[in-house]
Write a protein that binds this ligand. Structure first.
Ligand code: ADP
Length: 402
């Protein structure tokens, strides 16, 4: 038989529990408002003391020892806190930084972009989500310092919105990338010259300049000629990629007929289409003009058209269609080929990315074509997207601003 607790013991226990709960709630509230300096955490045999001062101190030391600049700003850009790394990056005293408007510390040409970056976070503040936006630019000053500025919306404090800004110096990384691009560019230049020489001499052998070759000799030389041509193609692709990456490619825009550009590109492809029984449908108005770098747009279009043919079975239809609004010219290159799996669609614009599909075993490629197309289109201020269904077909949509 169990003994029942008497009423007095029960109410004492309840009171004790209630007062502990109240104490815990008060402690939490005091921590939240910064009124508590230390926390005593009771463990089985010991007690450990955590002071908030020491936590704050270690946090500040961490922020100060970071190689990045760490700043907090109010929603209008006023700097509330900055570590000294930011002062070193700008070559400006910390006293002149704290309290200043963040945007005004940068080159006037970059200030609208920074304003925009802050406002993007401002919009997210209203949605109460944690925003995160980035911008790459050069800091003002005698030395070129390239940085990435990353702005994150912080949780609201008493109805006020604050943002955390982290600035990372990427000058060294950019210098290393430039050196790598220059090396690749130089190496591929040096490789292309002798490879082109080999092509000329093999061509002369095939043409019979060194006397007649028997059937077996001719077959060997032709195989060598084909392999050498592939080698030159690869070297040229790498060279072009290095040039695009190094920023050596600049688009020089002139107004011109889009249909004329498409016709130029198609001259090279018509024999391929004929051979494969592929039909070409062109829905482009002859009056349609675009302000583009003709040579570069031809490179982009020929990659899209070549892919449409390469990744489609014989006898299918390839359509090139353009439309124009007051703001943009849209070019659609559509095929009824193997299609691209949804998971792969995000990868295909990356450098050296080839995606396996029903035809990739029989189709040659370097995985660079779409990377160039995207770079060329973005250099024009435009965009490229893909719409594709596996085994049904693919449409690439290029939008160029007017
Ligand atoms: P490459 O054709 O040299 O492999 P690209 O950069 O031009 O390189 O294309 C990347 C990948 O995207 C290709 O490997 C292919 O899998 C896919 N792809 C591109 N265009 C098409 C298309 N029209 N239809 C189906 N797949 C395509």
């Amino acid at each position: 038989m169990t003994s029942r607790p008497n009423k007095a013991t029960e109410s004492n226990e309840m009171q004790l529990l209630r007062s502990r709960l109240l104490e815990a709630e008060e402690t939490l509230e005091a921590i939240r408002h910064g009124a508590v300096d230390a926390l005593v955490v009771k463990q089985r045999d010991t007690q450990q003391i955590f002071t908030l001062k020491s936590a704050d101190h270690t946090y500040r030391v961490l922020i100060e020892s970071m190689s990045q600049a760490a700043i907090t700003i109010a929603n209008n850009g006023t700097i509330l806190y900055s570590n000294s790394q930011f002062s070193r990056m700008l070559g400006k005293q910390l006293e002149l930084i704290i309290g200043a408007r963040f945007q005004t510390l940068f080159d006037p040409k970059d200030q609208p972009k920074l304003q925009n970056l802050i406002e993007q976070n401002e919009i997210q503040k209203d949605l109460n989500s944690q925003g995160h936006h980035e911008l790459e630019l050069d800091l003002p000053g005698p030395d070129i310092t390239s940085v990435i500025i990353s702005v994150t919306q912080l949780p609201k404090v008493e109805a006020n919105a604050y943002m955390g800004v982290i600035i990372t110096d990427i000058t060294e990384r950019k210098r290393a990338e430039k050196a790598k691009d220059e090396f690749i560019s130089l190496a591929s230049h040096q490789l292309r010259t002798p490879a082109t020489g080999v092509k000329q001499y093999l061509g002369m052998l095939i043409e019979g300049y060194a006397g007649d070759l028997d059937e077996k000799q001719l077959a060997f030389v032709k195989t060598a000629y084909d392999s050498n041509e592939k080698q030159i193609d690869i070297i040229s692709s790498i060279l072009k990629t290095a040039q695009i990456d190094s920023g050596a490619y600049k688009v020089i825009k002139t107004p011109q007929s889009l249909l004329a550009l498409i016709d130029t590109v198609l001259t090279d492809f018509k024999p391929v289409f004929m051979m494969r029984g592929q039909q070409l449908k062109i829905e482009v108005s002859p009056e349609l003009e675009v302000d583009v770098d003709g040579d570069e747009l031809c490179v982009a279009l020929s990659n899209l058209i070549e892919n449409a043919s390469k990744y489609s079975p014989d006898g299918t239809v390839i359509t090139i269609k353009t439309t124009q609004s007051s703001q943009a010219t849209t070019i659609r290159v559509a095929d009824k080929g193997v299609g691209i799996d949804e998971a792969d669609q995000v990868k295909i614009f990356e450098k050296f990315t080839r995606v396996d599909n029903a035809m990739s075993d029989t189709v040659n490629g370097s995985g660079l074509g779409l990377y160039w197309v995207k770079r060329i289109v973005t250099m024009h201020g435009g965009s490229i997207t893909v719409d594709s269904v596996l085994n049904k077909g693919t449409t690439f949509i290029v939008k160029l601003p007017r």
